[in-house]
Design a protein around this ligand. Structure first.
Ligand SMILES: [Zn+2]
Length: 341
């Protein structure tokens, strides 16, 4: 019967901006004004705006070094002088276009939500991740900090580091990227492949939820690609954490400033070194029956960019359309496995 069902009628839902996590922004060591300054620039990879932000906020850090690719590194030692086993990452580039005019844009804040005045890509993906790293550094949280380049165009900076092993990461047990939408995700799978254990994700979510009233972090297996995915065969626990942006890459992209400020304070109080490391990075088995094959494999599987954008923006609606067309999760999984085979 399903073959003769009429084509479903579907109209795009009316856009409503997300509601802010809290009433007010809390004061942070690196003020929220710095985040607003960062996202005011067009930061397409290798653009003048990205350069301005790198010079102003990253090259200004005491002890920061850059590698051959152009990524920036900084290490903060444990109080006893030993090396921490945590690595924290964000990316400096955005999906802005270098030809976009003007190169610096005006912002709007409404009820704690930051967006671009008149609409446009905000670049909280991943300006907010950068700003969170700056706050952790200001609060002297031990670990290795990496500001990766060219994440949006294929994860160039992180894949260079992973492939050429230019830095000894053998002591690193966890890699946390700050590059995830919404406010509650501890990502356990990126682009279909497992990146951290449930034990790790639950422990991190549990710590965070105890640090700020209202936090509701939980494991989430719906992650797409970010830099930490390039280290899953070297580092046991790799994840991506929600930083409070929404609609990334779209004209409606926005950032919850009230959430970002609370996260910036909570991250300094997490006992990162106490988190479990259970996943074996050499174990490439995957419960979905197919293996993540890097950024390019992921792109070719998803196909056309406009389709990808729509699916990312309206995942629930796309699932409904597929169901109306007679698809269910099992047939979809089989089809995906076939495509990746
Ligand atoms: Zn990103």
């Amino acid at each position: 019967m399903k073959a003769t069902a009429p084509a479903p009628r579907w109209t795009a839902p009316k856009y409503t901006p997300p509601k802010a996590f809290a009433k007010a922004v809390l004061p942070t060591p690196v003020p929220i004004a710095a985040l607003m300054d960062i996202v005011s620039y067009n930061r397409d990879g290798r653009s003048p705006g990205e350069r301005i932000v790198i010079e102003r906020y990253i090259e200004a850090l005491d002890g920061v070094v850059s590698d051959d690719y152009g990524n920036y590194w900084l290490e903060i030692r444990l109080p006893d002088g030993g090396r921490a086993s945590s690595m924290f990452t964000a990316h400096t580039d955005t999906v802005h276009s270098i030809s976009e005019d003007p190169q610096q844009h005006k912002l709007a804040i409404r009820d704690g939500i930051l967006s671009r005045r008149g609409g446009g890509v905000l670049g909280a993906d991943d300006g907010t991740g950068m700003w969170l790293l700056l706050n952790m550094i200001a609060q002297q949280v031990p670990g290795i900090y990496v500001f990766f380049r060219d994440e949006e165009t294929g994860g160039g900076g992180s894949s260079y580091v992973a492939k050429h092993k230019i830095v000894d990461l053998s002591h690193i047990k966890r890699c946390i990227s700050f590059d995830r939408k919404a406010t509650s995700h501890v990502i356990t799978h990126q682009a279909g492949g497992r990146c951290c254990s449930d034990a790790f994700a639950n422990a991190l979510a549990g710590q965070l939820n105890g640090l700020s009233f209202g936090f509701a972090f939980a494991p989430n297996d719906g992650g797409s690609f970010t830099d930490s995915a390039n280290f899953t065969d070297q580092i046991p626990e790799c994840t991506n954490l929600s930083v409070g942006y929404y609609d990334q890459h779209f004209d409606t992209e926005c950032q919850d400033l009230t959430f970002a400020s609370r996260l910036a304070l909570a991250l300094a109080r997490v006992d990162w070194e106490a988190l479990p490391a259970e996943r074996d990075p050499k174990d490439t088995d995957d419960e979905h029956g197919w293996r993540y094959s890097g950024f390019n494999g992921y792109r070719s599987f998803l196909g056309d960019d406009e389709m990808v954008s729509l699916i990312e923006r309206y995942p629930d609606e796309v699932a409904e359309i597929l169901e109306q067309l007679g698809w269910d999760a099992d047939t979809l999984r089989d089809q995906i496995a076939e495509l990746l085979a």
